[in-house]
Design a binder for this molecule. Structure first.
Ligand SMILES: C[S@@+](CC[C@H](N)C(=O)[O-])C[C@H]1O[C@@H](n2cnc3c(N)ncnc32)[C@H](O)[C@@H]1O
Length: 293
């Protein structure tokens, strides 16, 4: 029998040789998953049974073949909350947490929030947890994603609406009037090189036409129709399309304070805008301050 630490180090070596960036982390996560313990408690496990060792090597081989870690464990963490994920649903990424932070910095009280292109529901649930008085609706088109979304939304204060966010009539009917709309839509230009792990996200969750702007452009007039005056919109986008998103929002003519935000690595990450005509549910206006800097 071998100790957990020996297995973890061996797993990290195998994953490192396979080109997995986060080899140490992933080997520890997989071993913790197999042993059903918290990752931080692995050092306390002296001997691992032969059966668990065989199970560890089996999941290690899947990760070595670049199956996403979260597909193997069946769970992902976002904004401190656990979500069920797997093949057929986009694995939530930590950079999208910036939008949840932006919502809690700009909105408060019983605001009506919609998360368009909700996938696993990570953003919708994070916002519902941050703003307990908010009414949060999650919209998603893919049947496979909806299965995970319904499971993740259960008892977490999020209403699930199956639907196509580019269809004006059904969105206006399903959403009514909103104070805040967020979206992490598909935005990668078709044909872009992506990592082995991203290739296992559903294509309709990742790619959006030749420029990556198809869903964003179709969504903007609908967002303007549905937002209350003073309501706020945040949309994540590709590294290369911040200017295109700002231009599309400005061209619609119904938004002001259109601001491009960067992530912690200083990469362009999301754009926010305010629906012209009033100010609803705003706790502060960090975006206007940003524009005036
Ligand atoms: C990049 S994923 C983001 C998922 C989730 N918001 C997150 O941050 O983890 C985009 C999601 O949009 C969904 N989607 C793509 N086109 C859509 C459309 N026209 N209407 C509704 N959902 C759509 C995909 O199925 C996918 O779940």
């Amino acid at each position: 029998m071998r100790t957990a630490d020996t297995l973890r180090r061996e797993g990290a070596r195998i994953l490192g040789e396979a080109g997995v960036d986060s080899a140490d982390h992933d080997a520890a996560e997989l071993l913790a998953h197999v042993l059903d313990v918290e990752r931080g408690r692995l050092l306390l496990v002296d001997d691992v049974s032969d059966i668990d060792t065989a199970r560890f090597y089996a999941v290690l081989r899947r990760r070595e073949a670049r199956e996403p870690l979260q597909h193997i464990t069946g769970r992902a963490w976002f904004d401190g909350h656990e979500f069920a994920v797997g093949p057929g649903v986009f694995v939530p990424r930590p950079e999208t947490e910036l939008i949840a932070e932006w919502v809690s910095a700009t909105a408060c009280g019983a605001v009506r929030v919609a998360d368009l292109c909700s996938g696993s529901g990570a953003l919708a649930v994070a916002i519902a947890r941050r703003l307990p008085a908010a009414e949060v609706t999650a919209v998603e088109k893919s049947e496979a994603a909806l299965t995970y979304l319904r499971r993740n939304a259960l008892h977490r204060g999020v209403r699930v609406v199956p639907g196509d966010v580019t269809d004006p009539a059904s969105m206006v009917q399903a959403l009514g009037t909103c104070d805040v709309i967020v979206a992490n839509p598909p935005y990668v230009p078709a044909g872009s090189e992506v990592s082995a792990e991203v290739r296992q996200d559903p294509a309709e969750a990742v790619f959006s036409g030749d420029t990556g702007m198809d869903v964003i452009e179709a969504m903007i007039p609908i967002v303007a129709d549905v937002l209350a005056p003073g309501g706020r919109f945040a949309v994540e986008h590709d590294d290369e399309t911040a200017a295109a998103v700002v231009d599309a929002l400005t061209a619609d003519g119904r938004f002001h304070t259109v601001v491009a935000h960067t992530d912690l690595a200083d990469r362009p990450r999301f754009v926010t805008a305010v629906r012209s005509g009033g100010d609803v549910g705003a706790a502060a206006d960090p975006d206007r301050a940003r524009m005036e800097q």
